[in-house]
Design a protein around this ligand. Structure first.
Ligand code: PGA
Length: 256
């Protein structure tokens, strides 16, 4: 696993034309592309073929925002992990808070998706995070640890050697409210400690991204925290220059 990762979650944005434009913008920024930072884009599923075609010879990876936990069959509207593998997808987001809250994905469903992604040879990016009410009730660490524990119980701590975790406080997503570097670091350290209790070696190598209104203005300070290994970026990933600037902020940490 590379030391830093900057991943762009486009959510349900873009069009065929906008995808070409955005990916071309990233490719044009080749000189500004951070060496040593894993840059990943997560376009909507219909544009995966475009991503594959445009990015396959580049250093930019691409992934899917969701996948079914089922292998195949009568699941209208769903997309399986083997279908994603057909497009040489490397990463799949699982358990994004919008999937959990809007589509009712439980910890058990998220764990099943996580395992399906790994079984198909791809890397799950496990998203976890607390709501504002949970933070205000002092439940942040217990909530995120329980979300991690659901995966540890189902797949084992060793499975995290082939996964990425993204801590995204729900109250910071799309709101312009970024967690302070100290708030984020506290949770990242707690997640790493929780995993370390099960497997210290895996915990030490685990990549934990921060997500929630990451921007070129906030990235450097966040990435400077000891347990923050990059970012999962929503809004700011829809602009090639912003996304590249966030990649540069990650690159700067590698030089330190
Ligand atoms: P945001 O989204 O950067 O727009 O807050 C982050 C995410 O939901 O992954």
């Amino acid at each position: 696993m590379p030391k830093m990762m900057v991943a762009g979650n486009w959510k349900m944005n873009a069009s065929s034309e906008a995808t070409t434009e955005l990916l071309q913008g990233l490719l044009n920024g080749q000189d500004a592309l951070p060496a040593g930072v894993e840059m990943v884009v997560f376009p909507p599923l219909p544009y995966l073929a475009q991503a594959q075609q445009m990015l396959q010879a580049s250093g930019i990876a691409y992934g899917a925002q969701n996948a079914s936990e089922h292998a195949k069959g009568a699941y209208t509207g769903e997309v399986s992990t083997s279908m994603l593998a057909d497009f040489a997808v490397r990463y799949v987001l699982v358990g994004h808070s919008e999937r959990r809250s809007i589509y009712g994905e439980s910890d058990a469903t998220v764990a099943a998706k996580y395992m399906a992604v790994q079984a198909a040879g791809m890397v799950p990016v496990l998203c976890i995070g607390e709501t504002l009410a949970q933070r205000e009730a002092g439940e942040t660490l217990s909530v995120v640890n329980a979300q991690v524990q659901a995966v540890l119980d189902a797949a084992g701590a060793e499975s995290l050697a082939n996964a990425v975790v993204a801590y995204e406080p729900v109250w910071a997503i799309g709101t312009g409210l970024t967690a302070t570097p100290e708030q984020a670091q506290e949770v990242h350290a707690a997640i790493r400690a929780h995993v370390a209790a099960a497997n210290a070696e895996v915990a030490a190598g685990l990549q934990i991204l921060y997500g929630g209104s990451v921007s070129p203005a906030t990235a450097a300070e966040l990435f400077a925290q000891q347990d923050i290994d990059g970012g999962l970026v929503g809004g700011a990933s829809l602009d090639a220059q912003s996304f590249l600037a966030i990649g540069q902020a990650a690159q700067a940490q590698l030089a330190i």
